[in-house]
Ligand binder design. Structure first.
Ligand code: PEP
Ligand code: MG
Length: 841
């Protein structure tokens, strides 16, 4: 018997039988048998019935390949009929016998005969008349008497369950959960072990770990027919609960059965290599095990259980690493909304940075800072964020924008800071005058009202639902340490600030793969200098301002080198268009004119001179580096002086300097010549020798196509898949959110390509770029540093192409480490991507 032919439940029951657990007689029907039943070909019913002896009472349960794919509900007490009822009244008493018969008629009527459920309600205290009334109701509704032959009953139950599985709705539902179109269903027919009768009788479930924490703890429930109340044992800490908090626990009531169940739990761990929940009955003191299923578990518990099983030698470490969903780690890294808490949904947007945050609505960066200063958590709500909002984002608990997609400014910064973020909530509008947001249906929320962002689902909720805190416990760290032993591709972090770098270090990133230096210029006291530089009359004046920025940049880099302790740090030279540093509204322009002591018209003239129709394809990146070379020279000097300083104080540093937006080899030649010259000057002035590596960011299609030339001058090529996606599709990464959902809904794109790397198109350019880059320089280092870097599909692609590392937001580093390890292990152990390890037996 195998899970692939009979389903997970049947396979598990077979193993329980082999472990000598006291299971009632059980017959498993295979997928092919059930498929034949659905098509009208019944198996030999006499042969099935023969296993169960005279007048049996039976149950039928579904057994699909993966329990998460669902299936029809179990049907119990098959075999109940008038004569059986009479006999059971003698044996068990009328109340128990009638209750069983009523429940069977009800589930038959609803699930097998598909009659209206309203006609088959069971009264709270059913008397003898209730049974007659229910049988009469059945006869009226079904136009025939209730079937009495157990064999016919079983036959019809099997048929209805087989057909339910093959119905269109059920098929679509399970396909949505990842089941293949032809997923099969097995059925398990089992003798009922009723848990009613003389002596101690009852039924219950028991498990041996806590579903929330994964820590050892006996929990469950037991319904004692004899005692007439629930007895629940909660914890080995000898806390006994009953329905009225008095009376004995199950352990006290049935110490032998309890001790046996504990031994069964140990046996399950050892033989099934899993934490199981056991369903059991006691019939006149005799224990029967009806079923055992994998314990339901939170993300935190899934990590804890996998690690504990490996540490106890039940499973190898490889399997523990494969058993945990990488997404589960992501949940652990962030606070998240309690899944069982009620949700008052205001609007949905794009889930851009995971985790949940609650705070009062504010509409500006200044208001966010003021709110933080008052100690009031806030959510910054903006149409879209600009670099000027960074301080406000730092002050806020979360960010909500109306425009933008997964690579928009708010999304990138949010992920970097580990700040929950929902973007592109285009159904919201902001009423500036009234300081309110207006949700679909006209619902208004005012500044100061409390909302909660769920950056994992993209939902915006009113109020403050219950939350679960982030948990980075020992089990989490151990699992990732094991993952690193199996991983064969590097994982670095995109980190711009010391705080990001520290997070990267804490999550054991193997260096910084992308430091976007422009973010450093938006800090307090620096943006003014940037503006002065932009307004400088000539090169000499620009150099004077840059001289004042130099020590600040040097300190930035020195701090990053210090935190990363000799790990590689890849610093990208200035990338954005200069206009991003200028205010966009009139009040801001007036302030700027005041600050620079120039006329408003001069300011406006300069702003208009910098205006471009298409700034993301304009004067930015290396184009700025070539036309205004003193900016890159200042940055190179800051990097090298920080290198000298950091190498004196700690581990030697070999900085990596990366040029953005390259499209031609000559650009690299020109910039390299200047940077080499600065390096030579710093060596001479400091008297300290150091190396550095110059690399190119491949983010224009032409750079990928010309990678062989470009690699002549570049020690490394790092693919910036955000811009590369933008330019390959000709899609604006800032505006595509407006129509992306319609495109995805219509199947134009399978997924938002800014979210999920387009392996066919952008991937082709990556492949070409990598091949040609290697042709130009065989030892060139290859990596990816766009937002896709942390996703499983991008990591899989990069591994296949032999890339050296991926670089992603610091908070995605643990997920990337686990995904990379799983991909390497699956390849080594030859486990198909579709097979979920540890979900069934
Ligand atoms: C990219 O374009 O992929 C990239 C990493 O750079 P940025 O997002 O800063 O443009
Ligand atoms: Mg880019």
């Amino acid at each position: 018997m195998s899970a692939a032919r009979h389903g997970g439940r049947a396979k598990c029951l077979q193993r329980l039988v082999r472990m000598d657990l006291p299971l009632p007689t059980t017959v498993a029907l295979s997928f092919s048998c059930v498929h034949a039943i659905a098509n009208g070909r019944m198996p030999d019913m006499d042969e099935i019935m023969r296993h169960f002896g005279e007048a049996p009472l039976l149950s039928v349960r579904p057994s699909s390949q993966d329990p998460d794919w669902g299936g029809p509900g179990a049907i119990l007490n098959i075999g109940m009929n008038d004569s059986r009822h009479v006999r059971m009244c003698d044996e068990l008493g009328e109340e128990a016998a009638t209750s069983l018969y009523l429940r069977f008629i009800q589930s038959w009527a609803v699930h097998v005969a598909r009659l209206d459920p309203d006609s088959f309600d069971i009264p709270d205290h059913p008397g003898p008349d209730a049974l007659q009334a229910m049988l009469a109701a059945y006869e009226v509704e079904a136009d025939e008497p209730f079937p009495q032959d157990p064999s016919v009953q079983l036959c019809e139950v099997l048929r209805s369950m087989a057909r339910a599985w093959e119905g269109t709705t059920a098929r679509l539902l399970r396909q949505a959960k990842g089941a293949p179109a032809d997923a099969g269903l097995g059925l398990v027919v089992q003798q009922m072990a009723l848990g009613v009768g003389q002596g101690e009788c009852g039924s219950g479930v028991i498990q041996f770990v806590d579903s929330l924490t994964g820590l050892p703890q006996v929990t469950g429930r037991y319904l004692s027919q004899s005692q007439g109340r629930d007895a629940l044992k909660a914890g080995a800490g000898a806390i006994y609960l009953t329905r009225d908090d008095r009376g004995p626990s199950f352990e006290e009531l049935c110490p032998d059965a309890f001790a046996r169940l504990l031994r069964m739990g140990d046996l399950c761990r050892e033989r099934l290599r899993e934490e199981m929940q056991i369903e059991f009955t006691l019939q006149e003191g005799k224990l029967h095990v009806l079923d055992a299923v994998r314990v339901q578990r939170s993300s935190r518990a899934s990590v804890r259980i996998a690690v504990a099983l490996a540490e106890d030698g039940m499973i190898p470490r490889e399997e523990a690493v494969l058993r945990v969903e990488p997404q589960a780690l992501s949940e652990l890294l962030h606070r998240h909304v309690d899944p069982s808490a009620p949700r008052d949904l205001v609007v949905s947007g794009i889930a851009a940075s995971p985790g949940a945050a609650t705070g009062r609505i504010v509409f500006s960066a200044n208001a966010a800072q003021a709110s933080a200063a008052r100690g009031e958590p806030c959510i910054l709500v903006r149409r879209e964020t600009t670099p000027e909002d960074i301080r406000g984002m730092h002050a806020a608990e979360g960010v909500l924008t109306i425009r933008g997609g997964i690579t928009s400014h708010a999304a990138v910064i949010g992920r970097g800071l580990g700040l929950p973020c929902v973007v592109g909530a285009s159904d919201l509008t902001i009423d500036r005058k009234k300081r309110q947001v207006i949700a679909p249906g006209g619902r208004r929320l005012s500044e100061g009202e409390i909302i909660t962002l769920d950056g994992t689902s993209g939902e915006v909720l009113a109020g403050e639902p219950a939350m679960f805190e982030a948990v980075l416990d020992g089990a989490f760290r151990r699992l990732l340490d094991w993952a690193d032993d199996f991983r064969d591709i590097g994982v670095r972090a995109n980190a711009d600030t010391p705080a990001d770098a520290q997070t990267a270090r804490n999550f054991q990133a193997q260096g910084i793969g992308l430091c976007r230096t422009e973010h450093m210029f938006f800090e307090e006291g620096r943006i003014g200098m940037m503006r002065e530089m932009i307004f400088a009359k000539d090169e000499a004046a620009r150099r004077t301002v840059l001289e004042r920025l130099l020590p600040m940049q040097r300190a930035d880099f020195a701090r990053l080198f210090e935190i990363m302790q000799g790990q590689p740090v890849c610093i990208r030279l200035f990338d954005p268009p200069l206009h991003e540093f200028l205010p966009s509204d009139r009040a801001g322009l007036r302030d700027l004119a005041d600050g620079l002591a120039v006329s408003l018209s001069d300011v406006e003239a300069r702003v208009s001179a910098l205006t471009e129709y298409n700034p993301m394809l304009g004067m930015r990146g290396v184009r700025l580096g070539i036309t205004v070379p003193e900016i890159y020279e200042m940055q190179a000097r800051a990097i090298f002086e920080a290198t000298v300083q950091a190498s004196r104080d700690g581990d030697p540093v070999v900085p990596e300097v990366m040029i953005p937006l390259v499209s031609a080899m000559r650009e690299v030649e020109l910039v390299k010549a200047r940077i080499d010259a600065v390096a030579a000057q710093v060596r001479t002035q400091s008297g300290v020798e150091f190396d550095y590596r110059l690399g190119v960011m491949v983010e224009t299609p032409r750079a990928a196509l010309r990678a062989a030339d470009i690699a002549q001058h570049a020690a490394f090529l790092s693919f910036g898949t955000n811009d590369l996606t933008q330019m390959t599709y000709g899609l604006s990464r800032d505006d595509a959110g407006r129509f992306m959902s319609i495109y995805v809904k219509n199947g134009v794109y399978e997924e938002d390509p800014f979210h999920s790397l387009d392996l066919e198109g952008v991937g082709e350019l990556l492949k070409i770029g990598a091949e040609r880059g290697r042709a130009g320089r065989p030892d060139v280092t290859l990596s990816i540093c766009g937002e896709h870097g942390g996703s499983r599909s991008a990591i899989e692609f990069c591994r296949k192409q032999g890339f050296d590392y991926v670089s992603c937001s610091p908070f995605r580093v643990p997920v990337a480490r686990l995904s990379a390890a799983q991909l390497a292990l699956r390849e080594r152990l030859d486990i198909d991507e579709k097979v979920t390890v540890g979900r069934f037996f």
